[in-house]
Design a protein around this ligand. Structure first.
Ligand SMILES: [Zn+2]
Length: 382
């Protein structure tokens, strides 16, 4: 059949199809910006596996669905029509557990169903967890909550850290990714206030569960069940899945940028001096193109002893950091205990963990110095 013998309508249809297959013109793309939608809730679910979830493989994560076991308490942690916060927290926890387990992380929940678990016991799950690698303690503790306010219109996402920002650097690194994804996925009222908040804004001693955690910890108040429209969304497991997915995305992106760490510091006595050394690890993939370049920000490298900053030398070739301490700063002749803090960030500005070690010098000046990693500094009531 020749083109001449084709019916006219077939030719017209072909031209229309061909026109539709071409790339979008700049004018057309620009015109899409003439009528941009408001930032509002939407119902479409799109849950692709994030390729960076591989960086969560082997992570040990404790999920803490807030509350539970208090259904008998009239009106306790319930929305305007009676939806219980404990139940939405639980559903988000289970869905997030599945997402993270599929990514290769080791996940533990602090409660089973609608059990009551004290705040102290929840933190202890993370602090005392037996790790598959033989160590003790989780990499991360995430408490899952939803917020309430006497102002019914309130509905924003917030992620809470313990105490001073300076004490919670590794937790804040994670929190910022999660907070942004919660706002985007749930379309809560972002930019209304900071999405990152210290738990001391609420209580002088911070949140009991965060205060007791000895591992990096954060608490999500993902949205407000006291908001009538949000309460109805929160009773829907698909909406809970959207929230779990937001937290999963945040964790994937955080893990993508790596968590720097360092070898256990070595402390050597040389005459009346102490030589402190440690090898830094930027926490990033060792096979990436450019891995041989230094990926640690030198301006962030610091060693403090009992709060006093030490002169530090960092060799980017071997990534070893060395500090020397004058004898008059440390009592070498008798038993004494000191806090050594080590600080550095990689090019994603992710902070190292752990950041603090306790050094204990024995009576005998020739005996070895005992060095143990310390929990993040705890908040003092204000
Ligand atoms: Zn709560």
């Amino acid at each position: 059949m020749t083109p001449r013998s084709l019916p006219v309508w077939t030719l017209a249809l072909t031209l229309i199809v061909l026109a539709g297959c071409g790339p979008t013109s700049l004018d057309k793309a620009m015109s899409r910006l003439d009528h941009r939608p408001d930032w509002k809730h939407y119902s479409q679910l799109d849950l692709p596996r994030h390729p960076a979830e591989k960086f969560l493989g082997g992570w040990v994560i404790v999920l803490d669905p807030g509350h539970g076991g208090e259904a008998h308490k009239k009106g306790y942690k319930r929305g305007p029509t009676g939806v219980r916060e404990a139940e939405m927290n639980w559903r988000v926890g289970r869905l997030l557990e599945r997402l993270l387990t599929d990514a290769g992380a080791h996940v533990t929940l602090t409660r089973d169903g609608d059990d009551f678990v004290s705040l102290a016991d929840r933190a202890e799950v993370a602090n005392n967890l037996a790790r598959p690698d033989g160590g003790v303690g989780a990499d991360l503790f995430i408490s899952l909550h939803h917020n309430a306010s006497s102002r019914e219109s309130a509905n924003f996402s917030s992620v809470w850290y313990h105490g001073e920002a300076d004490w919670s650097e590794p937790s804040l690194d994670v929190a910022k990714y999660i907070a942004h994804h919660l706002g985007t996925q749930l379309r809560t009222n972002v930019a209304h206030t900071s999405p990152l908040m210290s738990d001391q804004l609420m209580y002088a001693g911070g949140f009991g569960v965060l205060r007791r955690c000895k591992v990096p910890a954060l608490l999500c108040e993902s949205s407000f069940f006291s908001n009538r429209a949000e309460e109805q969304r929160l009773r829907d497991a698909d909406y809970n899945l959207r929230e779990a997915y937001a937290i999963y995305l945040g964790l994937c992106e955080y893990a993508y940028g790596g968590r720097p760490t360092q070898t256990l510091p070595k402390v050597e006595k040389i005459g009346d001096m102490l030589r402190i050394s440690t090898a830094l690890d930027d926490g990033l993939d060792k096979d990436w193109w450019g891995h041989d370049r230094d990926r640690t920000l030198s301006s962030t490298i610091r060693i403090n002893l009992d709060g006093k900053q030490l002169a530090t030398h960092y060799d980017p070739q071997c990534e070893v950091m060395v500090a020397r301490v004058q004898a008059d700063l440390v009592n070498l002749g008798g038993p004494s205990s000191h806090v050594l803090s080590i600080h550095h960030t990689n090019l994603f500005k992710h902070h190292n963990y752990p950041q603090r070690y306790r050094l204990v010098f024995a009576d005998d000046p020739d005996s070895a110095v005992a060095i143990t990693a310390m929990a993040p500094k705890r908040a003092t009531p204000k």
